[in-house]
Design a protein. Structure first.
Length: 338
């Protein structure tokens, strides 16, 4: 009976693998609707030790066998799901710290054959990742010559595995250096907040701010063209009494309206750039555009409010204040400073 059960399980696993869609990395990148997103290691604790005699073990997530000897260079690591692998001591010291945040040294791994706790050094947005649903098996040829596969049937993957790569010199995904990470481990240990299907609060806030500026962009461009072409007259309610008193005739007001039209048109272009900077949410330059223009806009509208009561202008002031608060929110700032 036990033999029949084992055969049945093997048959099911084989059938499950056969039902997966198998494709190369290039094929998946061309056909998938998934996008690369920035990611990085979270801060988490694992265990490490050096050994005094040869041991062998299998990493059930990688389906890889390891043999480690007392060579003074190799460290055995045990992850958050008790998965084990090996790494060079030099890399471990550079990648992890002690639980108190201080640096590791070779002396920390003495005595041997005893695990010690070590902590990852968080690396926000150091890598790019792309999700692969668990019904798709993607074959990846790594830069170091191995052939890896996503979503192998013998291993738990959660909703699916991830393709991971470094950044190239332009800050884009380096497709010459791609590898595979198990979905269960990735979700535990890596940041997924920038994955397009994971709408986190910072992303929602940025999208809302971007939509606001996009509406202002359209309104300003259309209004500016109407003023510049003479199709719309200057509304005295838009400017303070002190400013309107500078004009001595209707013709001077009309000439000013034309100039103001082109200025409003230019402001609309900048509002569009600001909308894109908020939507993109990446880089110091985008952050400075978003924050700087919002502060400028708040100052400008506040100046126009002198001596006037305009509900539209007051609402815009409140919106600009809210956007500034959102931009200084730590979760939103981290989106830009990657």
């Amino acid at each position: 009976m036990a033999i029949l059960f084992a055969v049945s399980l093997s048959s099911c696993a084989a059938d499950n693998q056969q039902t997966k869609t198998v494709m190369s990395l290039d094929e998946y990148l061309k056909q998938s609707e998934e996008k690369w997103f920035l990611t990085g290691k979270k801060r988490y604790t694992i265990k490490a030790m050096m050994v005094s005699e040869k041991i062998s073990f299998r990493n059930e997530f990688e389906l890889t066998d390891y043999t480690v000897e007392d060579d003074g260079e190799t460290v055995v690591l045990k992850g958050t799901a008790d998965e084990m692998w090996a790494s060079k001591l030099e890399k471990v010291i550079a990648t992890y710290t002690k639980p108190d945040g201080s640096s590791l040294s070779k002396d920390d791994f003495v005595p041997k054959d005893a695990y010690i706790d070590i902590v990852t050094i968080p690396a926000p947005y150091k890598y790019y990742a792309m999700f692969v649903p668990n019904d798709i098996s993607v074959t990846v040829l790594t830069a170091w010559g191995d052939e890896l596969h996503t979503n192998l049937s013998e291993v738990s993957h959660g909703k699916g595995d991830y393709l991971v790569c470094n950044k190239d010199s332009n800050g884009d995904p380096d497709l010459n250096d791609v590898w595979v990470l198990n979905g269960v481990l990735f979700d535990q240990n890596y940041d997924t907040s920038r994955r397009s299907s994971d709408l986190s609060l910072p992303r929602i806030l940025l999208y809302a701010c971007s939509a606001f500026y996009a509406l202002l962009c359209v309104f300003s461009i259309v209004t500016g063209l109407m003023y510049a072409s003479g199709r719309r007259k200057l509304n005295p309610l838009e400017l303070s009494d002190n400013f309107m008193n500078r004009f001595d005739s209707q013709s001077s007001i009309d000439r000013f309206a034309v100039r103001m039209g082109w200025v409003t048109f230019a402001v609309g272009i900048i509002q569009g750039l600001t909308a894109y900077a908020l939507f993109n949410g990446k880089g110091l330059f985008s952050y400075l555009i978003a924050l700087g223009f919002t502060v400028f806009s708040l100052t400008s509208v506040s100046f126009k409010l002198k001596g006037r009561k305009s509900l539209f202008a007051i609402l815009k002031c409140l919106a600009y204040v809210l956007i500034i608060i959102i931009l200084v929110y730590p979760g939103v700032r981290s989106y830009f400073f990657s």
